[in-house]
Write a protein of this length. Structure first.
Length: 177
């Protein structure tokens, strides 16, 4: 996988009137600065990582979604529970053929973060960290993450394997820390 090609493919799922980023750069995991390294360079669910780092549970806000047969895509924000404080922006492409109908329905409800749904339903899963990206916010990302346009943050591209199958491709971008 070319990380920047995959990043563009995920961005293209939800075209924006203003660019999400003005610059994207693939960087080695070892060169990811702290605290972003702690937040992104691991093979755990970002839901759990964000909750641990911020000391509170997180809520999901679905900004946009598409559903076509077994393929479901959504653009989301994670917020500190009960607040408007954004901690993460994400784009998810999920192949539902690898999970149960109950898991699919709960994800489609948009009430619970994806990672929490998979954990709660004890879905056999493995997260494969694909790449770390350094992002310079364009107007779109700046608006979503409540940050200044031109400021830098970091994200990751990853694949979640459900029941040994590559079910989920995702971009997870941390709000500036």
């Amino acid at each position: 996988m070319n990380p920047l090609t995959e990043l563009e493919a995920l961005f293209d799922l939800f075209p924006e009137t203003q660019p999400l980023v003005s610059r994207a750069e693939h960087i080695p995991s070892s060169q990811t600065p702290e605290p972003y390294k702690q937040m992104l360079v691991h093979e755990h669910h970002m839901t759990v990582t964000m909750e641990s780092y911020h000391g509170t549970s997180v809520d999901v806000r679905v900004l946009d979604q598409k559903f076509d047969e077994d393929m479901y895509c959504r653009k989301i924000l994670l917020l500190k529970s009960g607040t408007e404080d954004v901690v993460q922006f994400g784009i998810v492409r999920f192949n539902f053929q690898y999970v149960t109908l109950e898991v699919k329905e709960q994800i489609l409800s948009g009430d619970i973060p994806l990672g929490r749904v998979l954990i709660n339903h004890n879905v056999l899963r493995h997260i494969d960290l694909g790449a770390i990206v350094k992002l310079t916010a364009g107007p779109g990302l700046a608006s979503h993450l409540q940050m200044e346009e031109g400021a830098t943050t970091y994200g990751r591209l990853a694949t979640i394997f459900c029941n040994h199958r590559p079910a989920v491709d995702l971009l997870e971008v941390s709000a500036p820390l």
